[in-house]
Write a protein of this length. Structure first.
Length: 261
């Protein structure tokens, strides 16, 4: 745990983001290219109307499998970028090795990420089935769903310090991450919001400059919108990893005992 101020964490997050991109351009450009290609190939504009019902069903099934495969690929990309940026900020490590510690951090990253998503889906299913059995109305169901979402986000933020620890070789020590983030929830949220705010402003300004039609076209699968969104996502990945790295430096204590690198 280091004595770092709120402003220092925000400022250093942006500095580290720029340094990571400048020193590992291949990582950033590669992630951007993969995100752009997968977004374009699975965009709504790829759905061509078919007069043959059987062909249309086959195309939908194929597109579903393709989307699933690309989702897995994107998860790997997110994991690789997050781990490399974490290790760059915390250890000064460069692009090599691409899979540090024999790939164990990436496997643990995927495990915790998938586990959290599955937990959220299971929670929502239990709530929906429970409220359906109790005869709750639409308004009550929406309220419960919103409360469940906020609870889920609370857990995600409280456990977020685990990601930099995993990048450094830690095991899945959920209790240690929970303990280190105790009492720091709002500080962690605040640092993240302030750090992400400039990127959001740039994105909103870009939409205003290029016209709101770009946003409307994006909902129908505009390739240009998909590529632009992929670039923003790639930048966000690096920034998010940098923010978590500095939050780790500020708050990690119990987690430090489980790092092996």
């Amino acid at each position: 745990m280091e004595q770092l101020s709120f402003g220092t964490c925000v400022k250093n997050s942006w500095i580290s983001t720029w340094q990571a991109i400048a020193r590992m351009p291949g990582l950033f450009l590669g992630a951007f290219a993969i995100l752009a290609c997968t977004s374009v190939l699975t965009g709504p504009f790829q759905h061509l109307p078919s007069q043959d019902a059987d062909l249309d069903v086959a195309a939908k099934i194929g597109h579903t499998f393709l989307t699933g495969a690309f989702s897995v690929l994107q998860l790997v990309v997110y994991g690789c970028v997050t781990i490399k940026v974490n290790r760059f900020v915390l250890l000064g490590e460069g692009i090599h090795p691409l899979l540090p510690l024999g790939g164990k951090p990436l496997g643990r990253y995927a495990l915790i990420s998938v586990g959290l998503v599955v937990s959220m889906i299971a929670l929502m299913l239990v709530l929906v089935l429970g409220m359906h059995g109790a005869g709750a109305g639409t308004g009550g169901a929406a309220l419960i769903a919103m409360l469940a979402f906020f609870a889920y986000m609370f857990v995600i933020i409280r456990l977020s310090l685990l990601y930099p620890a995993l990048s450094l070789g830690s095991r899945l020590t959920l209790s240690a991450a929970w303990k280190d983030s105790r009492g720091h929830f709002w500080s962690m949220v605040g640092i993240g919001v302030v750090a992400y705010l400039p990127l959001m402003i740039v994105w909103i300004a870009a939409l205003e400059v290029f016209g709101r039609r770009a946003l409307i076209a994006g909902t129908h699968g505009s390739p240009a919108f998909a590529i632009g969104l992929a670039f923003v996502n790639a930048l966000f990945m690096v920034l998010a990893a940098s923010v978590l790295s500095w939050l780790y430096r500020r708050y990690a204590n119990e987690l430090l005992r489980h790092v092996t690198s």
